[in-house]
Ligand binder design. Structure first.
Ligand code: GLN
Length: 537
């Protein structure tokens, strides 16, 4: 039977609870403990797939095609394990299941209530995440902060788990924030005290408190919190901001987090961590490097979280080339209004990430045109690939008519069109082509060289596709189809001949980049950008 570590948040959100939980996963894994992770999201949407990136940030896609919370991206990058559908559960899913059972008559006339029906369904789903890989430890993060109305059923469910699986099989970690008061230059513990008090009121006594702060903490603060919250001083863990994100597991290891949890849960683990490779990686990351300016041209650029895996993938690839990728976030709508072109002139490479809807499309096409005409390395991700094909077609027919039918139903050149299997679908949620599919690479292309293999598997999330009616015309004019579904029907990667590196993938390579294993396409793109940069210098 696995052991469970439940992570809750207190005081404020956005303090890095997901990264802290993922880093605890990494330190346990470094002791030879097998780990999986799960996020419980209290919102009522079934999944974040239908939510605006402004509200929710990126939608992370798993191998098995679940549209999930961006924290799953952190989990995969830190624990280096592929997660599945079972690893993200929302209030929407819980209620949908319980209501479906009620309609079927499964409850035999009972009155359906939050306790026990909703809480039982939550616990069933925690069990599903555990059963998927049968690990030693399941780390379960509860979204939101203690005190939210929405999270109460989740907190009640994890409280009950202690009785269900036994006290020694469950540990609770509460992640809080210490505000800094400038006038007196102190860190304040009161909000943490209140938050732990509130958690206690729900029946959960934390075994460990992780204190997040922008400032270093002294032992007096730890002791004070230990005193007020009745948590072991050694389990009050300071975690001020790290220089690099991936340093967090190393910082946590130093505080004794792993030793405490191994002892508390009676885990069969090695006495010393195997973090040498990770440490070497972080040392590389922290070294001074030459910077490489890369533009990300998107429509949600005000919120970096909307492109968090793209940002991380560029970072991983940069480190692999001993370069510090500096991202210039350019709004595609600005480009449409004639602003920001000078910024494109200053970068060594352009990334156009995924997206939906017409807003900002023409700006992305301007970026693709700039990259093509000026031989600037370009990496198109899903929509970025579609935009690249549209732009190429526009240049061939010398007209702005070519388009995707997503943006113009009446275009005479539907270079990108709805996938046939999507035609009869009207529901928006979870209905795209989702998850991992194989892609055969065409030898001699940028893509094949980047991967160095004949077949790859990549994660998808799209409704539209390259329209094969335009294959001949485009390939005769310099478009190279470099990746195809094994049956040859779907264009999965396209690139331009006579260009240093203009490559677009219908899939999202950013979901598979790991800090210790940068994605081949990002690596090749950064290499091409670095070459341009050194020529320009
Ligand atoms: N909107 C496009 C499609 O549905 C691209 C999707 C994406 O970039 N993820 O095909």
């Amino acid at each position: 039977m696995p052991k469970y570590i439940f992570c809750t948040g207190g005081v404020v959100s956005s303090v890095g609870k997901g990264v802290a939980a993922a880093s605890i996963g990494r330190v346990l894994k470094s002791r030879g403990v097998s780990v999986t992770m799960q996020k419980l999201d209290p919102y009522i949407n079934v999944d974040p797939g239908t939510m605006s990136p402004y509200q929710h940030g990126e939608v992370f896609v798993t191998e098995d095609g679940a549209e999930t919370d961006l924290d799953l991206g952190h989990y995969e990058r830190f624990i280096d394990e592929n997660l599945s559908k079972a690893c993200n559960t929302t209030t929407g899913q819980i209620y949908a299941e319980v209501i479906a059972k009620e309609r079927r008559g499964d409850y035999l006339g009972g009155t359906i209530q939050v306790i026990p029906h909703i809480t039982n369904e939550i616990k069933r789903r925690i069990g599903l995440a555990a059963r998927a890989t049968n690990p030693d430890v399941v780390i379960v993060e509860v979204g939101g902060t203690v005190g939210d109305i929405e999270s109460l059923p989740f907190l009640e469910a994890i409280r009950q788990m202690r009785k269900d699986v036994g006290r020694d099989h469950v540990a609770y970690i509460h992640v809080t924030w210490l505000p800094h008061i400038g006038a007196t230059n102190e860190l304040k513990t009161k909000p943490t005290q209140h938050s732990v008090h509130e958690l206690r009121g729900i029946g959960i006594s934390p075994d460990m408190i992780v204190l997040r702060s922008n400032y270093p903490m002294n032992d007096a603060i730890r002791e004070k919190i230990a005193l007020f919250t009745d948590v072991d001083t050694r389990a009050v863990i300071p975690l001020s901001n790290a220089d690099v994100l991936y340093e967090v597991p190393l910082l946590l290891e130093e505080t004794g987090v792993a030793d405490f949890l191994i002892e508390r849960l009676g885990l069969n683990a090695s006495a010393l961590p195997d973090l040498n490779d990770w440490r070497m990686m972080v040392d590389e990351m922290k070294k001074d490097k030459e910077s490489l300016p890369i533009a990300i041209v998107g429509k949600y650029v005000e919120l970096e979280d909307a492109y968090i895996s793209v940002r991380e993938s560029l970072y991983h690839a940069g480190v692999a080339h001993d370069l510090d990728v500096q991202i210039d976030w350019i709004s595609s709508e600005d480009l449409e209004k004639g602003r920001g072109l000078d910024r494109l002139e200053k970068v060594a490479g352009i990334v156009v990430p995924g997206g939906f809807g017409y807003r900002g499309i023409e700006g992305k096409i301007i970026a693709a045109r700039f990259a093509r005409e000026n031989n600037v390395p370009y990496l198109g991700l899903c929509l970025g690939m579609q935009v690249m094909c549209i732009e190429k077609m526009r240049s061939i027919v010398a007209s702005d008519d070519p388009n995707s039918t997503e943006f113009n139903h009446t275009t005479h050149h539907p270079v990108i069109d709805l996938m046939p299997e999507q035609r009869d679908i009207s529901d928006m949620g979870g209905t795209m082509r989702l998850g991992s599919y194989p892609c055969a690479l065409v030898p001699g292309t940028h893509a094949a060289r980047a991967y160095g293999t004949a077949m790859v598997h990549e994660r998808h999330r799209h409704r539209f596709e390259f329209n094969n009616a335009y294959r001949d015309q485009l390939t005769k004019s310099g478009l190279v189809i470099s990746g195809l579904s094994p049956d040859g029907r779907l264009v999965e990667i396209a690139e331009l001949a006579d260009h240093p590196f203009m490559v677009g993938s219908q899939f999202h390579p950013e979901f598979k980049s790991r800090p210790n294993r940068p994605h081949p396409l990002f690596k090749a793109f950064v290499e091409a950008a670095a070459q341009l940069d050194s020529v320009e210098k």
